[in-house]
Structures are given as structure tokens and as C-alpha cells.
Write a protein that binds this ligand. Structure first.
Ligand code: WQD
Length: 333
């Protein structure tokens, strides 16, 4: 089966490329390199022995996108390409709507023109909006209380995919709602390496550990949680990548939605301690005010993915910290 992986040089994308190749899929990558580096292709080659064919294409370039789909003769698309910085999306909403939503529409139109009717879509727990402290299931209402344009784009794209599937019985789409991906490949060759100043907890912890950022600001310790800090469902990126392999293997006509998380919630302070325990050194940190829009506790019910995809997580927080630190040791920039 031949797969086009959009966003395939990114954090989730590169790990997904590795797992797809090692599962026997033929993988080609499309990426505009807005938030990743082309050197990742050589890292994928070192891990798998295969260097995926690469197209430096922006999905907003409809004709370039169409040429890839026309020439590539793909069986399916795994669509990860998109801007994903929550804070940036609040400052630059039009860039997010144009890049994420219009880019996806271009891709879908090109898939239709070239008779590619299978898609896995990278969505996010953000679509659940402001449901706080409840174990989230796929049948719960989405789109209410989303606090940022990034999350709105994921919600809108989910709706577009559902409407496309409703209009075309041959269309097969699986929507994967990611919780909080962390960690790195055990080789230390690929990991989270965002361009610019990161927004998420783990890449910030990584920059504190390397001294690029003086200390971690813990956004509030007055939440209604055991230690007062925010709790999230942190999933090892390799487990997340393996979820994509299972999803593409189980594609069928219509739309299916799956949570990809661990089913457990971990607090910021627990993450910091886990990192310190593995790193064997303290992580400078200070509790400050809450971050606007943050909820206390967001975590997944993953029983549907376990039941229907035969997928469940195999790695834990400690594995993620070990692999993150190993990646930092290998990091070449
Ligand atoms: C996690 C926890 C913060 C930074 C977002 C997106 C979501 C997904 C993951 C893409 C929270 C705390 C963080 C810091 C802190 N992205 N924190 N100090 O907000 O759960 O989710 O990223 O799909 O869609 O919404 O992730 O890593 O930003 O925050 O205390 O410097 O860490 O308050 O409790 P979040 P995060």
C-alpha cells in the first residue's frame, strides 16, 4: 500500500513515517518545511534503511499539490500537515484558517480528482472544547468552548471530512484525536524539534534542560487537582505513530473517530519530577499565574481504539523522559 504522508518531516510525521515503513508500507512525504527540517529524511533512512521520496510542497499551492497526487498514484493519504501553535493561532487566526482549512480543502479536491479516497486525519483533543476533568469519549459533543483558532480549524476540518464522506460512499476517513504527544524515537535520531519558541510543556522542558531557557514557568498550581497543577494525557509519540499504522490498516467506508491517548492524566509537577528523576538533575522552575484558556484536567477514554483498532499504548511517562533525554544527547540541530 502506497501512502502520501503530509507533514511527514515534522515531529509526529517523522515518527509515523518510521512506523509505516517498518510495517511494510511504501511512504512518500509532502511537507513545506515550515516547522521541520529536511535533514529528518536522512534520520528516517538511518532508522529504517529507506529514505522516503520527498516533495517540498505547500498545500496552499493547489497545482503543485495536484501534481504530487497525479504522479504519485497513492492508495491513501495520512494528513498531518498543519500549523499547531495554540498561542500563535490566537495572534494570527487568518494564517491558521487559511493554512489548515484551505490547505486541507486543496488536498481533498486533489484526492478526488486523482481517485484517492482513503484518508487518516490528524485531529486534536482540543475539539472537545471546555470539558474539564471528564474522561473524554469520541461520542461527546465537540466544538463547544474551543478557546483558540487552532482548535477551531481541527473542528472545522473534522466537519468537512464528515460531509465529504456523506457525499461519497467510496470515501474512507479515520479521524485521530491526539492528546499530548511527548517523547522521541529510542534511536535518539528523531524527536520534537520545533522551529522558534515552543508552546508545549515538553519542548520547553527540553530547552530548560539545555539552558536555552533559564527556567520552566509552571502555569498555576491552584487547579482542582491533587498537586494543583494542570493534568494532561501524555502519550509517547511512538505509541501515537503506531496508532496511525493500525488506523490505516483498518480503514473502511465512512467516518470513524478515535482518541489516541493513554487514558491516564499526569500533572505538570509529576512531569517535572519524572524528567528530573531520569535526567538525574533538578529542572529550574517557578509557579506563576495560570495561562489563559488552560483547563485543569484533559484526558482520554481510549477504549474504542483498543476495541476496534487493536491498539493500546505500550510506553509510559518514564520511557518518554528517557527517550527525550536520549534525543537531546544525540541532537545535532
Ligand atoms: C500542557 C500543560 C500547561 C507550558 C496543546 C494543544 C493540543 C495539543 C497539545 C496539538 C498545561 C502546562 C505548559 C509551560 C506549563 N497540540 N504548561 N508551562 O495546552 O494541553 O495542549 O498542545 O494537537 O491541541 O491545545 O499542551 O503542552 O501547552 O500544556 O505549566 O511553559 O503544561 O498549563 O497544564 P496543552 P501544553
Amino acid at each position: 500500500m502506497k501512502i502520501l504522508l503530509t507533514g511527514g518531516t515534522g515531529y509526529i510525521g517523522s515518527h509515523t513515517a518510521v512506523e509505516l515503513i517498518q510495517a511494510g508500507f511504501e511512504v512518500e512525504i509532502l511537507d513545506n518545511l515550515a516547522n521541520s527540517k529536511i535533514a529528518v529524511l536522512d534520520k528516517i533512512a538511518k532508522i529504517t534503511g529507506v529514505k522516503p521520496k520527498f516533495y517540498e510542497v505547500d498545500l496552499l499551492d493547489a497545482s503543485a499539490t495536484d501534481k504530487v497526487l497525479r504522479d504519485g498514484r497513492f492508495d491513501a493519504v495520512i494528513h498531518l500537515a498543519g500549523l499547531k501553535a495554540v498561542g500563535e493561532s490566537v495572534e494570527k487566526p487568518l494564517i491558521y484558517y487559511k493554512n489548515n482549512v484551505c490547505g486541507t480543502i486543496n488536498l481533498l479536491e486533489s484526492m478526488k480528482r486523482n481517485s484517492v479516497n482513503k484518508m487518516i486525519f490528524s485531529s486534536s483533543a482540543t475539539v472537545y472544547g471546555d470539558k474539564d476533568g471528564i474522561k473524554l469519549t469520541e461520542d461527546m459533543e465537540t466544538g463547544i468552548g474551543i478557546t483558540n483558532p487552532y482548535g477551531e480549524t481541527k473542528y472545522v476540518i473534522e466537519k468537512i471530512l464528515m460531509d465529504v464522506a456523506n457525499s461519497n460512499n467510496d470515501f474512507e476517513v479515520t479521524i485521530l484525536r491526539y492528546f499530548n504527544p511527548i517523547g522521541a524515537h529510542s534511536s535518539g535520531l528523531i524527536g520534537e524539534d520545533p522551529n522558534g519558541i515552543p508552546n508545549n510543556l515538553m519542548p520547553i522542558i527540553m530547552k530548560v534542560a539545555t539552558g536555552e531557557i533559564p527556567k520552566l514557568m509552571i502555569y498555576g498550581d491552584d487547579y482542582n487537582t491533587p498537586d494543583g497543577t494542570g493534568m494532561r494525557d501524555y502519550i509517547h509519540v511512538v505509541d501515537l505513530a503506531k496508532g496511525h499504522v493500525k488506523a490505516v490498516e483498518k480503514l473502511k467506508p465512512g467516518v470513524e473517530v478515535y482518541n489516541l491517548g493513554t487514558g491516564e492524566a499526569t500533572s505538570v509537577k509529576e512531569i517535572v519530577k519524572a524528567f528530573e528523576d531520569v535526567a538525574g538533575k533538578e529542572l529550574p522552575n517557578e509557579v506563576v499565574e495560570r495561562r489563559a484558556g488552560d483547563l485543569a484536567k484533559i484526558y482520554a477514554d481510549c477504549s474504542k481504539a483498543e476495541r476496534e483498532l487493536g491498539w493500546s499504548t505500550e510506553l509510559n511517562i518514564k520511557d518518554a523522559m528517557r527517550d527525550t533525554i536520549n534525543y537531546l544527547r544525540h541532537y545535532e540541530g
